[in-house]
Write a protein that binds this ligand. Structure first.
Ligand SMILES: Nc1ncnc2c1ncn2[C@@H]1O[C@H](COP(=O)(O)OP(=O)(O)O)[C@@H](O)[C@H]1O
Ligand SMILES: [Mg+2]
Length: 339
């Protein structure tokens, strides 16, 4: 973790990540590259493995969970998930994670200030008390909590849900990580507060240069916030698509179905959800071939045989910029009507 950050290096690079709980592989070869200051979305239905990816990257899998394959590099340095001390140094200073529920992630018996201070001291044990106090106030201000001096002395229960999420984000960015992974950070919040938290994440990308990986089931949210979106299904990334071509240009039938299930303003209720038939398959008994084939309107007999190819869709405008590739793991990716 000692390499100097370089803008040329990805902030985070994940290759072929595999994670199993017991005998069941739930993350089945995930690739993810995040460049400095980039906003990347990871989206998919509940149970597709999003949180497992986030926890595995942090080295925080629950008992019974293990990384069974792949390589992770943070700011150019390979992460050794067997080295607990190195992981401790990495967490918070290179990679940070905020969870969905700030009430369970914050310690109810410690003041907000002492929790931010603890995060700071973990990586900078020699910081003076005055410097810690000043930095805590600065961080609360940066995450949009007014009256930081007073707020630092308060406890989590004295904060509203939105303010708690802000405090948690302050803890997560206290040590200037290269990448902040936010796992459903707005799911427990009302719509207005959700929008404020997303604005806050945006301001952190601009202000601190931190890259954000936004993990959510909400494809509308990622399309608004992110530069690039990875769509997961049954433990794999089935499409990687620049956000600006997501709506008109998504190529994987699963991504299209997710987009069609978004409520459309003005359409009468009852007609606003295009259901994806069936449910995701249990990861312990995946169908042969493409995991989505049994639910896919476009499936052909060959889709149930062998691994589906990763097809480069690459919208011309994006390919021309050379910034983001558009790929879909579907043998019919170029035939599915887009738009
Ligand atoms: N601690 C755990 N032990 C066993 N299985 C788990 C555990 N956590 C998650 N899983 C299983 O792993 C799969 C992926 O879960 P998860 O990563 O939480 O999905 P998501 O965040 O996309 O909803 C699910 O089938 C889930 O039941
Ligand atoms: Mg989850």
């Amino acid at each position: 973790m000692s390499a100097a950050p370089s803008p040329a290096l990805p902030a985070l690079s994940v290759e072929g990540l595999r994670v199993a709980y017991g005998d069941v592989e739930v993350v089945r070869g995930v690739d993810l590259v995040v460049r400095p200051g980039e906003k990347v979305g990871v989206v998919g239905e509940s149970g597709c493995g999003k949180s497992t990816v986030a926890l595995a990257l942090m080295g925080l899998l629950a008992a019974g969970g293990s990384v069974t394959g792949g390589a992770v590099t943070v700011s150019g340095s390979r992460v050794d998930y067997h080295d607990e001390r190195a992981l401790d140094r990495m967490r918070g200073s290179q990679l940070s994670l905020v969870f969905q529920d700030p009430l369970t992630s914050l310690d109810p018996v410690k003041s907000i200030g002492s929790q931010i201070a603890e995060a700071l001291r973990r990586h900078s044990p020699r910081m003076s008390r005055a410097a810690v106090r000043a930095r805590c106030a600065e961080l609360l201000t940066a995450v949009g909590v007014p009256e930081p001096e007073r707020r630092l002395r308060q406890y989590p229960h004295e904060f509203s849900g939105g303010m708690r999420q802000r405090a948690l984000i302050a803890v997560a960015v206290a040590n200037d990580p290269a990448v902040l992974i936010a796992d459903e950070p707005t799911t427990a919040l009302d719509v207005t507060t959700q929008a404020q938290v997303v604005d806050l994440l945006d301001s952190l990308v601009d202000g601190l240069g931190v890259a954000v990986v936004l993990v959510t089931h909400d494809i509308g949210l990622v399309s608004e916030f992110c530069d690039r979106v990875l769509v997961m299904y049954a433990g794999r990334v089935v499409e990687e698509v620049p956000s600006d071509v997501l709506f008109g240009g998504a190529a994987h039938p699963y991504t299209r179905a997710l987009l069609e299930s978004l409520p459309v303003p003005g359409r009468p209720r009852g007609e606003d959800l295009a259901w994806i038939p069936g449910a995701p398959p249990p990861l312990s008994a995946l169908p042969p071939g493409c995991s989505f084939a049994p639910r896919c309107a476009w499936a052909q007999p060959e889709c149930s045989v062998g691994t589906p190819p990763r097809v480069v869709v690459s919208e011309p405008s994006v390919a021309a910029l050379g910034t983001a590739l558009h790929t879909a793991e579907c043998r019919r990716a170029l035939e599915v009507p887009r738009g």
